[in-house]
Design a protein around this ligand. Structure first.
Ligand code: 3PG
Length: 206
């Protein structure tokens, strides 16, 4: 099994896609995730202090694999290769793929079409984020792509929710789904920390 595939299987059933409001929020979520033994987290580069947030997760969750998400350029890929366990992009770029290979970084590019899949497969990728999954066709799209591309594995992400994630997981080509719904906002943490902890423990115990 290659490294990217191992990451997706480890993440199952849901890879948390984390955007934080500030460093205290990131720290509180990392502590919650550590207690629930969440195995894998994607910390997105969508905040000026995102790299510090990645470090917070690495420090508080040494048992977990911490990835950097929303990696869209060379500078981010090179830094992520040093500071994270894996890298995720919303789309595919051969240049980033080559850099990931050179730096031996497990890399999961995003795809939305058959053409992007073909381009990424030419760079030896077989494991993909399918993004933005719900907006581009959801379960039906993934089923349709799996016919001509039977050897690829997906982590559908974008618009997936507690009410439909099981439908994605039922597909053979789906190893896990990605979602921000399992990352509590600061408000949700203040209101129902215990409820979130119970939900996470349930999710990863099953
Ligand atoms: C992502 O970056 O993968 C998405 O923003 C996550 O999508 P969601 O917020 O709809 O779960």
């Amino acid at each position: 099994m290659n490294d990217a595939l191992r990451i997706l299987h480890r993440a199952a059933p849901v890879m948390p896609v984390a955007h934080f409001q500030n460093l205290d929020h990131a720290q509180a979520c990392a502590e919650l995730f550590a207690e629930a033994k969440v195995p894998t987290v994607e910390v997105t580069l969508r905040h000026p202090q995102a790299w510090q947030m990645v470090k917070i997760f690495k420090d508080i969750m040494p048992f977990a694999k911490i990835g950097v998400g929303t990696v869209v350029n060379r500078r981010q890929m090179l830094r992520a290769a040093d500071e994270a366990d894996f890298v995720i992009s919303p789309g595919f770029s051969a240049e980033l793929s080559i850099l990931a290979r050179k730096t031996l970084t497990p890399y999961i590019p995003g795809i939305a079409t058959a053409s992007e899949l073909m381009a990424a497969m030419n760079e030896e990728h077989r494991v993909f984020k399918c993004f933005p999954a719900a907006a581009i066709g959801g379960v039906a799209l993934i089923k349709a792509l799996s016919a001509p591309f039977p050897d690829v594995t997906f982590c559908p992400t974008g618009g997936i929710s507690p009410s439909n994630y099981q439908e994605y997981l039922a597909l053979e080509s789906v190893a896990c789904v990605g979602g921000s719904w399992i990352v509590p906002s600061e408000d949700a943490l203040n209101k129902d920390l215990a409820g979130f902890l119970a939900m996470l423990k349930d999710l990863y115990a099953s």
